[in-house]
Design a protein around this ligand. Structure first.
Ligand code: NAP
Length: 274
């Protein structure tokens, strides 16, 4: 790894906006990638209060930033600041990446869904027709994953504690269905995805884990701990992976959009995990 040149007037600046944002792994991932490629770029975390996401994204132009990543709660607000959205971002009306283009316009993208698909592929799990996928949750991660599953032709069910929210997420994928979380039975699914924060604090999964079995794969978007869900899946012979791969791939996709360079994936993975 080469050392990053010291910060100067020519240094390109990128960052992530969120509230809170101090926990974000993105600065570590991107700065490690810049150092590995010898790029005079720097990536910082901007704590931006709720309600100020659109203004912060618009400020990209005036501040001469190369772009921004966007995390909760600003993903929909930042989308409104963009001149153009990628197809995924347009479907979700939310962005996690805003790129400043040379003509001064802002391109918004959502790389979480593709990051999820790539993380699963890395585990040998290919999503597609006749693959029955259940996504738990109805927030930003669930929406991105649901749309991605629909895009690759998977058979989607969305399970959330608020049925109306589950139905709204299911509407992002063709022929998807929704169920109330407290009625969920997971035995019939090929892939089980937790897109809620359940498990971050050591909580039990919100369904009967004795229904998990060896032909299934369980993906937990939580990446900070080895959740009880993942432990239960492994104990029953199911495949299991935490959210680190998704985090790394969504970041790598954004890195390519920001810099135009191939992301050093393993450098970013090591930085995200540390
Ligand atoms: P979010 O927009 O706040 O949505 C959270 C969802 O989880 C909501 O549907 C919420 O339901 C549900 N939920 C929360 N606590 C619950 C509980 N005790 N029981 C049932 N449902 C519950 O959050 P998000 O951005 O989607 O993030 C969700 C998780 O994904 C987080 O753990 C986050 O760290 C992770 N994530 C990972 C990646 C990655 O790259 N690995 C990327 C994005 C997010 P209500 O609306 O009813 O509260």
């Amino acid at each position: 790894m080469t050392a990053r040149p010291s910060v100067g007037a020519a240094t390109r600046v990128l960052g992530v906006i969120g509230d809170p944002v101090a926990h974000s792994r993105s600065p570590a991932m991107h700065n490690a990638a810049f150092a590995a490629l010898g790029l005079d770029w720097i990536y910082v975390a901007f704590p931006v209060p709720r309600g100020h996401g659109e203004a912060a994204a618009r400020a990209i132009r005036d501040l001469g930033l190369a772009g921004l990543n966007v995390t909760m709660p600003h993903k929909a607000d930042a989308a409104r600041a963009c001149d153009e959205l990628t197809a995924d971002a347009a479907a979700l009306q939310a962005v996690n990446t805003v790129v400043a283009r040379e003509d001064g316009s802002l391109l918004g993208a959502s790389t979480d869904g593709e990051g999820f698909v790539r993380a699963l592929a890395e585990e040998g799990v290919v999503l597609g027709p006749r693959r029955r996928v259940v996504v738990l949750g109805a927030g930003g991660a669930a929406r991105a994953i649901a749309h991605a599953v629909g895009t690759v032709g998977g058979e989607l069910t969305v399970a959330a504690r608020r049925p109306d929210e589950a139905a709204a997420v299911a509407a992002l994928a063709p022929a998807a269905t929704s169920v109330a979380l407290d009625t969920l039975s997971v035995a019939a699914f090929d892939v089980v995805v937790n897109a809620t924060p359940i498990g971050m604090g050591g909580e039990l999964p919100p369904f009967d884990v004795d229904q998990l079995h060896a032909t299934q794969f369980v993906f937990d978007t939580v990446y900070s701990v080895d959740t009880l869900l993942l432990q239960a899946a492994r104990a029953r012979g199911a495949g299991a992976a935490g959210g680190l791969g998704m985090l790394v791939h969504q970041g790598a996709l954004a890195f390519r959009m920001f810099t135009g360079q191939d992301p050093p994936l393993e450098v970013m993975r090591a930085a995200a995990a540390s």
